[in-house]
Unconditional design. Structure first.
Length: 388
């Protein structure tokens, strides 16, 4: 039995090592492709930015301001959608309109609840009010650079592109708003999640899903893909939008423009709830791929191999090799591509982050319940059902 366990953990470690090398290859391919095919930012179609909001999130107003300060050659408008006009976010939106009177900022009340996902329900109602053919959808707390809109929309110069999405980093708070749990989540985004995106891009010859940090598309592409109405029961609506647009024969483009999202000052419970929701959402979205995700945690498997082998010298050599390559992935992707300086600050937490990642992967198979904005749901085949 001991020999069998040792053999299994060794095989899983080696498989994880190959995955890490694939992630490095995917990172190289992504950088090379964007250096070779630099987009002409002269293509600037008019665009409507749709931002569904609920409540006030950390750094939300700073994100709003960053969208108003776009250096963009075409016209753009920003539509904020709320379910109720007494939502606390309305005060922040009115403040924005007063600070940037030259920007077309509109507040859209979305009183209808068209399905389980309040976010998608609001987006359906906001899209009806959008003036322009091109639309950009992103979350309420997304912070962008002044050239964001120009660089994202430039991808549509190719008429085969139906959706443009973008990588993101998780920005943690400072001092009192900084917890070890928020640091672990931000570290995972830059050194675990996005390397996985680059690996999928390399294996599949492109990506066929979207990331909620940026979903830029057109009304025509959405219509060809079945419309937003088809997503109203989905938890991973960003992922599904990309799947459906790719299925409609259009290309999904991963832009090199990096944006920021805010990571709350999680306590342990909040961290667990969010990570488990993320894990079960991914499990339902990419069923076969998710089963194989367990082998990607090479560092925990290498540690298990050291224990299973009784501390054999060769197992520590394997652990050293895995640690070296894992650090290379974290630095290449997190620092080199995403320019996330927080990775250097928290690099010592990487083994703990990977141990948690493997634990959440195992735990995700133990049920189908998730907690989203304080509400409890069952998740089956990507669709949400409220828990009674």
């Amino acid at each position: 039995m001991a020999i069998a366990i040792e053999a299994i953990t060794t095989l899983l470690t080696v498989a994880g090592l190959f995955y890490l090398l694939l992630a490095l290859w995917g990172a190289r391919d992504f950088v090379h492709s964007w250096q070779k095919h630099r987009r002409d930012v002269g293509y600037t179609p008019d665009v409507s930015i749709l931002k569904p909001v609920k409540g006030v999130d950390p750094r939300m107003y700073a994100g709003f301001v960053s969208h108003c300060r776009q250096q963009y050659g075409g016209q753009f408008e920003i539509l904020f959608g709320v379910s109720r006009l007494d939502d606390p976010a309305v005060v922040e939106i009115e403040r924005l309109r007063a600070e940037f009177p030259e920007v077309a900022v509109r507040l859209i009340e979305c009183p209808e609840r068209l399905g389980t996902s309040g976010k998608v329900s609001n987006l359906i109602q906001m899209l009806r009010e959008a003036r322009f053919e091109h639309v950009v959808i992103n979350d309420s707390d997304i912070y962008v650079a002044p050239q964001y809109l120009a660089r994202v929309m430039a991808c549509f110069a190719d008429p085969q592109v139906g959706l443009v999405t973008a990588p993101y980093i998780g920005r943690t708070g400072e001092r009192g708003a900084l917890t070890v749990w928020s640091r672990l989540e931000a570290l995972g985004i830059s050194t675990d999640f996005f390397p996985g995106v680059l690996s999928a891009r390399k294996l599949e010859g492109g990506i066929r899903f979207g990331l909620g940090s940026t979903l830029a598309t057109t009304k025509t592409a959405l219509e060809r893909a079945g419309g937003l109405e088809a997503l109203v029961e989905c938890l991973a609506d960003d992922y599904e939008m990309g799947v459906r647009i790719a299925g409609a024969g259009l290309r999904v483009e991963l832009c090199a423009e990096v944006v920021e999202t805010s990571v709350p000052a999680y306590g342990f419970r909040g961290f667990v709830e969010h990570q488990l929701r993320w894990a079960r959402s991914t499990r339902d979205s990419r069923k076969l791929g998710y089963v194989g995700l367990g082998v990607t945690y090479a560092l925990p498997w290498a540690l298990a191999t050291c224990v299973a082998s009784g501390g054999a010298l060769w197992s520590f050599s394997l652990l050293s090799l895995v640690l070296l390559v894992r650090m290379a992935v974290a630095l290449t992707v997190g620092v080199g591509i995403l320019q996330d300086g927080q990775v250097l600050r928290d690099l010592w937490l990487l083994p703990l982050r990977d141990l948690f990642g493997l634990g959440f992967w195992i735990w995700s198979f133990a049920g189908d319940t998730i907690i989203w904005r304080g509400e409890r749901f069952h998740l089956r085949d990507g669709r949400l059902t409220p828990v009674q």
